[in-house]
Design a protein around this ligand. Structure first.
Ligand code: SAM
Ligand code: SF4
Length: 326
């Protein structure tokens, strides 16, 4: 198992397959974006090679993300490769769900176990406002297809002050009463030149617990508050599913961080909220052998920073969220 310099087990790799997206969520990216050309992205062959190396190094979990990973033509085969890679026990996908209607079946058949689907509101107008042009019915169709295909479903909602921090949160939470899903509320994180909007819009876990408590009564804490990944879990009385709170701003979980990120242009990003990166492209395209690439990954793991610096007003500047993948 790869250990970093602070003795954390780093065994989870999030792979961004593209910086492009078919939505433009207001908290994630500006409306007008230029996306990277295909040749600047790590190719499918290069990704397969890296996934095999990460598996051999002791990584146990891979999640495909983006931008929007379902826009990548080779997604299903990449999932199949990851699922069949020795050492990799869990493969997941984080998606906006727009294209899941037709992809959920093939992805499940390729061995995908779970899908995290982003849905910030069940109100059509609010959903459009937050995604700039998203159609809620497409995401709901994707969600139904994922559940019907047998994927374990988690829903992600970024909560934005004054937009979806009231009834929307209550209605999303209500889904867990009848569905065995985990509905997760994410605190908005600041990046680059969008950071004052993101910081002002952040709604904390404590505020959300108060809103939900008013509608449902006190929530039951699950697992004594032990984190499930990065989420603290609660249950509404009598619910089939769970609520998760991902609160990197108000309650940082850096001490338990087990992840590394690979950006679509081939950089290992060592912390979501810091700009430290290690570029694998010169090795991948410069004829390096597997041992050299593995040594570089091991060194990157070792050099992972302790945690983010949001409390000291240190905001990552080099990339927005859509270029990292969450
Ligand atoms: N397009 C896919 C999706 O939306 O699920 C995958 C990529 S997206 C960048 C991954 C996750 O990051 C999504 O759940 C999204 O809501 C979340 N996200 C985007 N911008 C964020 C921000 N500024 N703060 C917190 N979460 C954010
Ligand atoms: Fe696209 Fe996901 Fe960012 Fe929304 S959060 S703009 S769906 S990458």
């Amino acid at each position: 198992m790869p250990l970093d310099q602070y003795h954390r087990d780093i065994d989870y790799l999030r792979i961004s397959l593209t910086d492009a997206c078919n939505l433009r969520c207001v908290y994630c990216m500006p409306e007008h974006m230029t996306f990277r050309p295909r040749h600047e992205l790590v190719s499918d062959d290069e990704l397969r090679r890296l996934i095999t190396l990460f598996g051999a190094l002791g990584f146990r979990k891979i999640r495909f993300t983006g931008g929007e990973p379902t826009l990548r033509p080779g997604l299903v085969e990449l999932v199949r490769h990851a699922v069949n890679t020795p050492g990799i026990a869990k493969v997941g996908l984080t998606t906006n769900g727009v294209l899941l209607d037709r992809l959920a079946g093939p992805l499940r058949e390729a061995g995908l176990q779970s899908a995290n689907i982003s849905i910030d509101s069940l109100d059509e107008d609010k959903f459009r406002q937050l995604t700039r042009w998203g159609k809620l019915r497409e995401v709901r169709a994707g969600l139904n297809a994922a559940a019907a295909a047998g994927l374990r479903v988690k829903l992600n909602a970024v909560v934005c002050r004054g937009v979806n921090d009231g009834d929307d949160v209550v209605e999303l939470a209500r889904l867990t009463l009848t569905n065995p899903w985990q509905v997760r509320f994410i605190e908005q994180m600041p990046f680059g030149n969008n950071h004052s909007f993101q910081t002002k819009g952040m709604v904390s876990e404590a505020e959300l617990l108060a809103v939900l408590g008013k509608s449902f009564g006190p929530l039951e804490l699950v697992n004594d508050g032990q984190l499930d990944g990065e989420a603290r879990l609660y249950r509404l009385p009598g619910a089939r599913g769970e609520l998760g709170f991902i609160s990197p701003v108000s309650q940082p979980f850096c001490a338990a961080c087990n992840r590394l990120r690979l950006t679509a242009d081939g950089k290992l990003r060592l912390c979501l909220l810091r700009d430290n990166e290690v570029n694998l492209m010169p090795l991948l395209r410069g004829g390096a052998d597997d041992a050299e690439i593995s040594a570089c990954i091991r060194q990157a793991v070792h050099g992972k920073p302790w945690g983010h610096g949001l409390a000291q007003d240190l905001v990552p500047a080099s990339r927005g969220m859509s270029e990292i993948g969450g």
